[in-house]
Design a protein around this ligand. Sequence first.
Ligand SMILES: C[S@@+](CC[C@H](N)C(=O)[O-])C[C@H]1O[C@@H](n2cnc3c(N)ncnc32)[C@H](O)[C@@H]1O
Length: 361
Amino acid sequence: MEIEKVLHMNKGVDDTSYATNSLIQRTVTTQAGPIIEESIKEVYTTLRPECFMMADMGCSSGPNAFLLVSRIIDIIDEASRGINRQCPQFGVFLNDLPGNDFNGLFNQLSSFEKDLEEGKGRSFGPCFVSGVAKSFYGRVFPDKFLHFVHSSYSLHWLSQVPRGLVNENGEALNKGNICVAKTSPPEVHKAYYEQFKRDFTLFLRSRSREMVFGGRMVLIFLGCSNSNEPDSLMELLGSTLHDMVLEGAIEPEKLDDFNIPFYNPTVEEVRQLVEAETSFALDNLETITIGWSMDTSQDLETRAKFAAKSLRVVTEALLETTFSHAVMDDLFLRFKARIKERIVVKDGEYVNIVLSVTMKE
Ligand SMILES: C[S@@+](CC[C@H](N)C(=O)[O-])C[C@H]1O[C@@H](n2cnc3c(N)ncnc32)[C@H](O)[C@@H]1O
């Protein structure tokens, strides 16, 4: 399976689209606001460029991308006034894989531009927005081009399903699971970590060529608190698929051979990889946790439905490469029931890693 060709979030704006089901991502990015703000103020007031060049890597479609861009522009506008300087022009690059719903994204551009003009006046900026359809695991921009790079909820997606998930006889090692799970053998965890290490290092190396000295980057992605005790919603989705195998609704070989290119590193793994790559100085590395069902004041059914949909919109395209489109509604109904059973005891948690770095001289 060529991940770059098949991975995309659910398109459009309907009930099962990413655009209408990305509240978790929006909430976490908002909670990371002070770190983003600090980073942007610092890079802008230190470098004072005439045109501020920024990229959002893995922007997807829906409201989150333009919300972030608006926030960044507000921060720079305010910082400009603080140092008595005219606000710069902006070059905004929205990056994602070619299968992303770029049309959906750019349908929002005119209302973003209208809001900007109404809020800041005609002579503000201008702000030039472009889409860049290319994997961020490799070069995307020219040398020394960007002042600020942001990425949220994207770097836990690997460039490929790790190799090494079968033994020497060709048998699947991660039977009954679709990611690193409590019942996965250590070889599976190792294979996933090695893939993350290669991908994340390549991401850092590529950005280090594309960013100016002193440029800043804030990355938000899913992690885990303890690599020996995985406890992700993705793992629960794997258990639901396993239930369907036991009931004969899915062929066992299909599940045995299916693994998601998704890895949740620990904070320590991330720290070591940033230090080993050497291009960036680490400014901040922390976690923000948020419940799978977010709003615990809601009834159990609503909470379980919310959590199930949040994962459906990001995994459905990949699942459909192996399991038929016809089983998706059944799978996610069962998944909702599984989530309900779990959160009635205790809500699960997304552990979000927030990393802020500066490009070294
Ligand atoms: C969950 S969405 C996050 C969207 C947005 N940043 C947000 O916070 O709402 C993850 C996005 O990362 C993109 N992505 C994953 N791997 C990528 C890669 N190698 N290069 C570029 N984009 C990638 C996916 O296509 C998807 O649109």
